[in-house]
Design a protein around this ligand. Structure first.
Ligand SMILES: O=C(O)CCC(=O)C(=O)O
Ligand SMILES: [Fe+2]
Length: 386
């Protein structure tokens, strides 16, 4: 069993012991001077904070909204970007050094690509929902009810949702953008990072400018769905993503081994083009404890990709992709994560209900206990009858 990881993206703001509160002002001590960024110890309850959902940020936008009331007077009424920058600088100091370095490196890597790579289709870098999505998908999202979501979905196996999502023209543009990017990488001999530990090919879309568009895709289109279908595993609190394409076929990867994703909820959309094979095989959802346990017959499910169609599943749903036997297949994958769910999970002692093996064990315990009670009752009846 492999585990897809591209490094933990969890970002946590923790109180450090280096904070001194004086006159209602918390000074954040750093080892470099001068100290310029400060927060007020008590929030300004009369201040209405901004909404930070539309900005590209390194931390959950809700953290910025909460923190804004603590901004000092000379910052609190400045523009949203400036405030976000100010607060980011403070939050970054609370991260472990290794994580801060990793984030800084990633930022520099992305900036280097974005400054040099000339996009082919500029129109796909910002969200144009009418041009990207099929009318049925758009209608369901706009209606924003569990019933409207259900009306476009099939659930061919427990916890696996499939639906029509992308317009053919958008798929074509994205595929040619990826081709264009890869040609640029080849020509400039730029060394790029592959999407994850299991793919030799494919590209991280977030690295060459599509991060904001994919963030919007997650926030406005996937989180509402995940809030309904994956509420138990943080579906309504998804707050970061890893977006990439995988490519199979001639001169590409052939298949993908059995694994779980580093994601709470995974969106997998086939972009085309012409291929045979490449089916996804699913083998049940598992928690960390039970990731290598046996598959039950009801958990076996195979899915054949259809261009433009999406599969939405739990990242902990064990799966893999069979060999693409002819042609080329390219899929867009969005690993959606919830920092809140990951934090809560650390303190949960009970076996989770979303794990197939935990559920099976619980049922088995119940069956044994019911059988024991029945036997006990029978014994008593026999005793009183004699
Ligand atoms: O090839 C596919 O469709 C599945 C890809 C996948 O599971 C992944 O990249 O995590
Ligand atoms: Fe996967």
């Amino acid at each position: 069993m492999y585990h897809h990881q591209n490094g933990s993206l969890e970002r946590r703001a923790q109180a450090s012991n280096g904070d001194i509160a004086t006159n209602n002002v918390v000074t954040v001590i750093s080892n470099s001077n001068p100290i310029t960024t400060r927060l007020l110890g008590s929030p300004r309850s009369d201040h209405m904070p901004d909404n930070y959902e539309d900005l590209p940020l390194d931390f959950n936008p809700l953290v910025f909204t909460s923190l804004e009331r603590h901004l000092p007077p000379h910052v609190i009424n400045l523009s949203k970007d400036v405030k976000a920058h100010y607060m980011s600088n403070i939050l970054l100091r609370y991260l472990p050094h290794s994580e801060r370095t990793r984030m800084q490196k990633q930022k520099e890597y992305r900036q280097k690509i974005i400054l040099n790579y000339p996009p082919l289709h500029k129109e796909i870098y910002t969200m144009h929902s009418e041009n990207f999505f099929t009318p049925s998908f758009l209608r369901a999202i706009k209606a924003n009810t569990a019933a409207s979501f259900r009306s476009i979905m099939a659930e061919p196996s427990r916890g696996i949702y499939t639906f029509e999502m992308l317009q053919p023209h958008f798929c074509e543009m994205l595929v040619s953008e990826v081709d264009h990017f890869e040609r640029w990488v080849h020509e400039t001999k730029f060394r790029i990072m592959r999407p994850n530990t299991m793919n030799q090919y494919g590209a991280v879309l977030d690295d060459f400018g599509l991060e904001n568009m994919l963030d919007k895709l997650m926030n406005d289109f996937i989180r509402p769905l995940a809030g309904v279908f994956f509420s138990e595993i943080g579906g309504s609190t998804l707050d970061s993503h890893h977006g990439f394409v995988v490519e199979y076929g001639t001169n590409r990867d052939v298949d993908l081994g059995f694994h779980v994703d580093d994601a709470e909820v995974t969106l997998n959309i086939c972009l085309g083009t012409q291929f045979s094979g490449g089916e996804l095989f699913f083998r049940g959802v598992r928690c960390d404890e039970h990731v290598n346990t046996e598959t039950q017959t009801g958990e076996i499910f195979d899915y054949s990709h259809v261009p433009g169609h999406a599969v939405l599943h739990s990242g902990r749903h064990r799966h893999g992709a069979r060999p693409t036997i002819s042609g080329n297949r390219i899929n867009l994958i969005l690993w959606c994560r919830s920092s809140a769910f990951r934090e809560i999970k650390k303190y949960q002692r009970e076996f989770p209900n979303w794990c197939g093996e935990c559920r099976r064990k619980k049922k088995e315990r119940e069956r044994v206990s019911i059988a024991a009670t029945k036997e006990e009752l029978l014994k008593r009846e026999l005793k009183s009858a004699s």
